[in-house]
Write a protein that binds this ligand. Structure first.
Ligand code: PMT
Length: 400
């Protein structure tokens, strides 16, 4: 029962109605052996009193950056160093925006800047505020900075709306903390992931490519690293920062990605092909920029097939990794995904319908159904960061 014994959790509460659940959350964390230090924003105190939080946590609540008495006991830098985990619950749209902008205009946001402890963010707000593009971009920014995004849940909200934005229930947050501190799902495993697009040169200034941003593959790499795996990420040309602790190999063309994949596949346990690889490349690459001519209104480029990277990995006879593909489809998603599963000899395939706005290419969320021989699992629509954890759980269940 004392699954969190000795763990120091700094619980940051911002001003949302879900703040009232923090008393229960704190009690359940302490019941499991955690030490909980509560930090509240000014607005949070409108929803639950510091006295209540002091009573349940057994510690004075910190709420001011500029209070000499508070700084004399446990100052903001000491608080930031004390924590094994910073849990922000509820994290309002305002707090998320301030963190995304790197602001330190109250104790809680300053602590987030000053800590080197892992930070978990549990968003809680009205569904329209959550879906607002500004909030979505802010959450994606925090996620790219390696903060863990826990939730939100969807359902009926305090304001009467129905949709995503409810804070996870206290026991769900406790379970997330237990998973975070517990044995890691991918401990001892090594994984290689391809991500992003490939570029197939036409001449020195032009290329053929696609809309992949790399977000899905990078989210898978980040999640695998957080789950304890040794991660190698083979990335096409994208503008994303490398997730902490991940080894990155940059490539440009499908042929380069093929070589990097084959060089790495046999020394890893799991291979995921998330990259959107160009199926064809120009047969000849012009050595000089192709010039527009006055006499011709059309132009032909002869294309040749690129190697099928994931099929090459899946057909390895020795040291073949558990091989997971992706299927980006615009119609008949299940049928095409199952066909690729068989034809490319994969162990699993993650199918996404890229014709639906707001998912697939270059979006922060996605909806995936995973297929394997004789089974499937729909993982629903979620942020790519959250979805990646669900994909790893599904892969782990199949490997076990
Ligand atoms: O990068 P994002 O913007 O986040 O977008 C994510 C995504 C839509 C790119 C991702 O979720 C996805 O679906 N990736 C696979 C895209 C794709 O190329 O699908 P496909 O159905 O054409 O290919 C099937 C599988 O074969 C994929 O695993 C692909 O990596 C692999 N393949 C394809 C061609 C080729 N020559 N070699 C390959 O290995």
């Amino acid at each position: 029962m004392r699954t969190l014994a000795g763990k120091k959790i700094l619980l940051g509460i911002s001003g949302g109605i879900a703040a009232y659940k923090c008393a229960e959350l704190t009690r359940r964390l302490i019941e499991r052996g955690a030490q909980v230090q509560v930090v509240m924003t000014k607005a949070a105190k409108e929803f639950i009193t510091p006295l209540t939080m002091q009573a349940v946590s057994g510690r004075p609540v910190s709420d001011s950056l500029l209070d000499p008495a508070a700084e004399a006991s446990m100052g903001h830098i000491e608080l930031a160093k004390w924590a094994d985990l910073v849990l922000l619950a509820p994290a309002t749209a305002d707090l998320i925006a301030r963190m995304s902008a790197g602001m330190g205009n109250d104790l809680l946001s300053t602590l987030v800047l000053a800590t080197d402890a892992p930070v978990a963010v549990s968003p809680a707000m009205n569904q329209q505020m959550y879906l607002n593009v500004a909030t979505q971009e802010n959450i994606a920014t925090l996620s790219r900075r390696n903060m863990m995004i826990w939730g939100p849940a969807a359902g009926e909200q305090a304001c009467g709306d129905v949709g995503p934005g409810r804070m996870l229930e206290p026991m769900q947050l406790v379970e997330k903390c237990e998973q975070f501190f517990g044995p890691k799902l991918l401990a001892g495993k090594s994984v290689v992931i391809t991500a992003g697009p490939t570029r197939e040169a036409i001449d020195p200034v032009r290329y053929i490519s696609n809309h992949s941003s790399g977000k899905m593959g990078f989210a898978l790499a980040q999640a695998a690293q957080q789950l304890g795996a040794d991660v190698t990420l083979i990335s096409g040309p994208v503008t994303l920062p490398t997730p902490n602790g991940v080894k990155r190999i940059n490539v440009v063309s499908a042929e380069e990605m093929h070589q990097a994949a084959l060089a790495n596949a046999t020394c890893h346990d799991i291979f995921i092909g998330c990259a959107a690889v160009a199926d064809y490349r120009p047969l000849d690459i012009a050595t000089q920029k192709i010039k527009k001519t006055a006499d011709k209104d059309d132009m032909q480029i002869t294309m040749v097939k690129n190697p099928d990277i994931i099929a090459s990995v899946a057909s390895l006879l020795e040291s073949r990794p558990f091989t997971v593909g992706f299927a980006a489809e615009t119609q008949d998603v299940e049928a095409y995904a199952l066909d690729k599963l068989q034809r490319k000899n994969l162990d699993m395939i993650c199918a996404n319908d890229v014709s639906i706005a707001g998912q697939g290419f270059n979006s922060d969320s996605n909806a995936i159904t995973v297929y394997w021989q004789g089974g499937s699992k729909s993982l629903g629509n979620a942020m790519k960061t959250e979805l990646s954890h669900a994909i790893w759980e599904t892969i782990s269940e199949q490997i076990a």
